[in-house]
Design a protein around this ligand. Sequence first.
Ligand code: PRP
Length: 209
Amino acid sequence: MLNIALPKGRLGETVYDLFERAGFDCPSIKEKSRKLIFENEKTGVRFFWVKPSDVPIYVERGAADLGVAGKDIILEYSPDVYELLDLKLGKCRMAVAAKKDFHDETVKTLRVATKFPNIASEYYEKIGRDIDIIKLNGSIELAPILGLSDVIVDIVETGTTLRENDLEVKAEILPISARLIANKSSFRFADREIGLIAEKMKELVTEHD
Ligand code: PRP
């Protein structure tokens, strides 16, 4: 059985459809329930739903042989895993945003609220800007509105959250998409099965390019 960690939520469902089309289906996953693990002996796969930011932990430690995680999570946590394929799903971008009237006064330390302290620090180090990181766990857009921070570093997908909170993108940091990742020793010992899945998924992903 290959253990596969899927990110819980809409992206996870789209990603499961890709596995299904690649021939690794597991119909029970589509039944409405609170179950977290689903397996199909015929196709030899066991899927489980994981909080998106936990996927690399399961894969790095070998509880999952394969997993799907956003490039944001991979860059933030730098897990010791193989990144096999860009699934070109869940596309969004990491960006700096702030109130529309905000102008950076470079003499002051910039207060940056984010769920991604490593990505934010690396970005500002590269451009030589002195910052103070304020690590939050969600609703990041509130920080500049309430004066907790000057800017945020966060994911922008449709831009709706920024727009509806009178914020705007000030700088783009990097494009993000979902990646297929593999545990390093699983990749060595189950190279045939993993190779087959990666190959089939690659064909499907390039069809859509
Ligand atoms: C993410 C992100 C933004 C929003 C961007 O939040 O942190 O808030 O989605 O999407 P949009 O550009 O399409 O509006 P998420 O939904 O993960 O919730 P969070 O507030 O818990 O981080």
